[in-house]
Design a protein around this ligand. Structure first.
Ligand code: CP
Length: 339
């Protein structure tokens, strides 16, 4: 039997997606389960985290299992993932051993591995996550690499809790200023899930340099064909915000300047006014706002927006716990042979 992993929501059928949402809502009412009774889950973090780490550690516990958090290079040996590498640098062991050894101990392996921000052609292949998948003999799940599928599920569940059926609702994904170029993962993910659920999606970017990777734009277009949603891209702030049911904000780096942040800086500095503020939210006429967090207040969104009743970022963060328990329960069931 070949393993099912959880790397992208695009790999789930619509029925599987709905089953996970339904189970997540059930976990919200009754938090405990038994899917991981007596089992271990390895949570491999190559990057910092507050929400992902806390919600997965607690989630594994609430399903009867035990989570082991590993931070390669900080308390665990540094890991090399390139096949055929001559390992005379910092890394003490290869993912070929790491993934196979962990597979002997645990039932699931979660991986957080942000891009290295050197070469997008390399990073867009998701090399660390792919290497874990190649070598592990247990299911692997994505805790944010070039996509953030757990955030997608939490975000979508939170929108549904407020709006019900999302089909035909206007969804604005807006770029926001941040002093550094950040990962595109959450933006890619937001595009995928909103189009999958049939929303009319507007991607608001400050200039063409901030277009997302064409592969994700194409996948979002394909989702629209299937779901009846739509995707448009604009640089016009007023057009983007006007009558949006949901505004989702994220900052990311301009791909043409990938690995060259100092060259991107003068361009980025021109767009501080993309901050989400009350004047822009007023254009939505009653729209909701969220962000995946962490968020720099008064840089990405103002205090007033973050503290407004229409901001559901905290509820979205809570949903991480529920959707991840649903995802892990689904993953265990999918990989358990049925007689
Ligand atoms: N949204 C999110 O993944 O938060 P952390 O980086 O704190 O895990």
């Amino acid at each position: 039997m070949s393993l099912r992993h959880f790397l992208s929501t695009q790999h789930l059928s619509r029925a599987e997606l709905e089953a996970i949402f339904s189970l997540a809502s059930a976990f919200k009412r009754e938090p405990t389960g038994h899917a991981l009774a007596g089992k271990g889950v390895a949570l491999v973090f190559l990057n910092p985290s507050l929400r992902t780490r806390t919600s997965f550690e607690l989630g594994v516990h609430q399903l009867g299992g035990h989570a082991v958090v590993l931070e390669p290079g900080r308390g665990a040996w540094g890991i090399e993932w390139r096949e055929g590498a001559v390992m005379d640098g910092e890394a003490e062991e290869h993912v070929a051993e790491v993934a196979r050894v962990l597979s002997r101990y645990v039932a699931l392996i979660g991986v957080r591995a942000f891009p290295r921000f050197r070469d997008w052609a390399e990073d867009r292949e998701d090399p660390v996550l792919s290497a874990f998948v190649r070598h592990a003999t247990v299911p692997v799940f994505n805790m944010e690499t070039i996509l953030h599928p757990c955030q997608e599920l939490a975000h979508a569940l939170a929108m549904r809790e407020r709006l019900g059926d999302l089909r035909g609702r206007k969804y604005l994904l807006t770029w926001t200023y941040h002093p550094r170029p950040l990962n595109t993962a959450v933006a890619n993910s937001a595009l995928l899930i909103a189009t999958r659920l049939g929303m009319d999606v507007t991607l608001l970017i400050p200039s063409e340099e901030y277009r997302l990777d064409e592969r994700f734009l194409a996948a979002a277009e394909a989702n629209c064909q299937e779901s009846g949603g739509s995707l448009r891209i604009t640089t016009d702030i007023e057009e983007g915000y006007r009558d949006a049911a949901v505004v989702y904000a994220k900052s990311w780096g301009a791909l043409p300047f990938y690995g060259r942040p100092e060259e991107e800086r003068p361009l980025r500095e021109r767009f501080r006014h993309f901050i989400v503020d009350e004047a822009k939210m007023a254009l939505t006429r009653g729209g909701l706002f969220s962000h995946c967090l962490p968020l720099r207040r008064n840089v990405k969104a103002t205090d007033a927006v973050m503290d407004a009743p229409y901001c559901f970022a905290i509820d979205e963060a809570e949903n991480r716990l529920h959707v991840q328990k649903a995802m892990m329960t689904w993953l265990i069931a999918e990989n358990t042979p049925h007689v």
